[in-house]
Design a protein around this ligand. Sequence first.
Ligand SMILES: Nc1ncnc2c1ncn2[C@@H]1O[C@H](COP(=O)(O)OP(=O)(O)O)[C@@H](O)[C@H]1O
Ligand SMILES: [Mg+2]
Length: 351
Amino acid sequence: MHSTMECLTDWMTRQRWYAGKGRVPNLVEVSRQGWESDDPDASIRVLLVRDTANNPPSLYHVPIVARGTIPRGKGPAFIGRDEHDDYLFDGAHDPVYTRALLRRLGVHRDNQASRVHSGEQSNTSIIFDAGSEAPLVAKIFRLVHAGENPDVVLQTALTSAGNRSVPRMLGSLTATWIDPHGSDTHTDEPSTGHLAFAQEFIPGVRDGWLLALAAAEEGESFADDAERLGRVTAEVHTALAACMPSREPTLGDIVGFVAGWHQRLAVAMSDVPQLRELRPAIEAVYDAARESPWPALQRIHGDYHLGQVLRRPSGEWLLVDFEGSNVVSDVIHSRTEVSGCWFNECVYLFT
Ligand SMILES: Nc1ncnc2c1ncn2[C@@H]1O[C@H](COP(=O)(O)OP(=O)(O)O)[C@@H](O)[C@H]1O
Ligand SMILES: [Mg+2]
């Protein structure tokens, strides 16, 4: 029997979303919420856990269901047995937690049966598609950050603006915690961040990366899809400029962006030395961009690649996963609500 943190230490390293691959986590419990359970034999503990072995220390969201006995069929989601003799289960796979999650998200469903999305994921998506009601997906963020999560904020703004190129947002959930170990909390002030959201689930979609690979394998052209994808990319970003704040770039922004490009070029050249002969041509593009008139800075997808676009069976493209990288989130949080093009800026400037 072990403490909850000891049980999680072993289990977390085997989870796909664990960011510190190959390292042993050093976990500290930051906060624990007890959620109301609809099963008298099961209690729900929603934990925020800081891994201080990571630099900067990551904050994980770990919902757990504690039970006095092992129910049938719960084997794969078993975490461990704690010092109080409770059996701990991964909430994402436990109906007691997933039903409570729907309640917290303010989403009503008659049929609450769920399954965990099996694809490659950095978070955990729980799909509710049993019965005849419109299917939905609840995504629980595994890495939690203080401040608004762009995945929630941008998709909510697009949904409110009537944009149909993102799945419709249905609700979201935040938590507040105090964490003396965090890099984003220097005081004992409370922080608030998003834990989860629910949105419309679109059945039968295929992601752009797999579609492009399949086309390449078959020797088929991807040009028509790429053309439609380009259009929808522009439409969504035009919509974002209209429904979220934007502002003119300052000289400081421009200098900062250009320095970032050079820094990334240096990293790329050290990884791939063959790039060095292209350096003058690449730097000429940077110079031309710096001297060109800059568009207003606006919110963007932030982590845009073919794995984040889904093609409906009808052929229309959808954009998902606006979370961006952690760095983008931090930049957005520290630069208040108007943040700009940080990683995708070159793409945006030249479209
Ligand atoms: N609304 C949705 N409808 C259908 N499938 C979805 C939806 N949202 C996500 N997916 C599926 O889940 C995958 C991962 O979603 P994503 O938002 O990129 O999660 P992560 O943050 O874990 O990368 C997508 O590639 C897609 O296959
Ligand atoms: Mg993704």
